[in-house]
Design a protein around this ligand. Structure first.
Ligand code: PLP
Length: 392
């Protein structure tokens, strides 16, 4: 008989009842060090007092308002995002995949309004992940994501990650409307796009007019030690998808865009009942105000250095289990030899949560305010897990 919850996930038999900072407590009383943070969502840890205050204060005022009216919390968060990024304008969603939907619509409408409706093609890269909606699975195009869900939304072409020649050639197609890229691939196995490559891609887009869309759903909001990951390369996109960390655990996403890229999205062209609701935006503003502080980002970079250095030591100590450390900031991956699933399971047994990704990589995406003490504890537990895997 089918379970009451649609069985689309292979869930671990772990059930959690409460959390604090980087720690989660299971029903049976066991405590786990959470190095996944809900896949980069709990950016400021569990039950963060500032976020609890922002949420509960707003909960006592207004929960929901239709976007038929002005929502002051939404305006405040949009203003703060515009002040801190390349963007001139923001649309709020409830998730990353909804941000992808709007990004695709925005790109198509831009070219339609410019009198070039044939420019519909959007380029993406192998290993990418942009969500689970019809547009997002068509964008990625892999059999794993799309099989049985056809017919797929047309107009996407996937290129090999890192194949510059293929990219240069594909960009010569006059129907290319945009390129969507994650500056650091998450699901794809923590693969960082080198700064040079992002710059080169920006140049190619400038030459052809194609819009550059950054998917920073996982790598954004302080994760790599800058507010947004593309900032490391000095370039900016035309459109950016954001979600995960921006809500600190409250479902919140956004599309940020320049005025030019957003020019087609006039009144009546898009909408969302819940997008930009007061609860999410009140929490999101507190998240952004905290993370955008230069002193906070300095600390993320310092802790990232500490964690990375310790992980290098872990890899050196367990050459049969780990191959390398990869990633940027507090978005790190360990390439495993016996397979990610074994390491994740051994982690559970050792009381630490890490997240599997493609290429047999396990991801470490801790809360950005993780303490040095918890980083040390994480390494002790990962060492214990690695010993168990090596002994098995
Ligand atoms: C998680 C993720 C998405 C999809 O976000 P949802 O909120 O799950 O819809 C899109 N892009 C990237 C890079 C992601 O990591």
């Amino acid at each position: 008989m089918i379970s009451s919850i649609l069985p689309t996930y292979n869930r671990a038999p772990l059930s959690f009842v409460s959390g604090e900072g980087s720690w989660l407590e299971a029903k049976d009383g066991r405590r786990f060090l959470d190095m996944g943070a809900g896949i980069a969502v709990n950016a400021l840890g569990h039950a963060n007092p500032d976020l609890v205050a922002a949420l509960t204060q707003q909960a006592g005022k207004i929960w929901h308002l239709s976007n038929l009216y002005e929502i002051p919390e939404q305006t405040a968060l949009a203003d703060a995002l515009v002040a801190n990024t390349f963007a001139d304008t923001v649309f709020f969603t409830n998730s990353g995949t909804e941000a992808c939907e709007l990004a695709v619509k925005m790109v198509r409408k831009y070219w339609f309004d410019k009198g070039q409706p044939e420019r519909i093609k959007i380029l993406t890269f192998s290993g990418a992940f942009h969500g689970r909606s019809s547009a997002a699975i068509a964008a990625v195009g892999t059999e794993k994501m799309t099989k049985g869900f056809g017919p797929l939304l047309p107009g996407f072409e996937q290129l090999e990650f890192g194949d510059h020649d293929a990219l240069t050639k594909a960009m010569q197609d006059p129907t290319v409307a945009a390129v969507i890229i994650e500056p650091v691939q998450g699901e794809g196995g923590i693969r960082t796009v080198p700064d040079q490559c992002l710059k080169g891609l920006r140049d190619l887009c400038d030459e052809t007019g194609a819009l550059l869309v950054a998917d920073e759903v996982q790598c954004g909001v302080g994760r790599t030690g800058k507010l947004f990951a593309h900032e490391w390369s000095g370039i900016s996109p035309d459109i950016m998808m954001v979600a995960k960390g921006i809500g600190g655990g409250f479902p919140l996403g956004a599309v940020l865009a320049t005025e030019t890229a957003a020019s087609g999205m006039v009144a009546g062209t898009h909408g969302s009942t819940y997008g930009g609701n007061p609860l999410g935006c009140a929490v999101g503003l507190k998240v952004l105000q905290t993370i955008a502080e230069p002193a906070f980002l300095d600390e993320v970079n310092r802790k990232a250095g500490l964690l990375r250095q310790k992980l290098e030591g872990l890899v050196a100590a367990h050459p049969d289990v780990f191959e390398e450390v990869r990633g940027s900031g507090l978005m790190l991956g360990l390439k495993t030899k016996p397979g990610a699933a074994k390491v994740v399971q051994a982690g559970y047994d050792a009381g630490i949560m890490v997240v599997p990704a493609a290429q047999e990589v396990v991801r470490l995406l801790p809360a950005l305010n993780i303490t040095d003490e918890d980083i040390n504890e994480a390494l002790a537990r990962l060492d214990q897990a690695a010993r168990a895997v090596a002994a098995a």
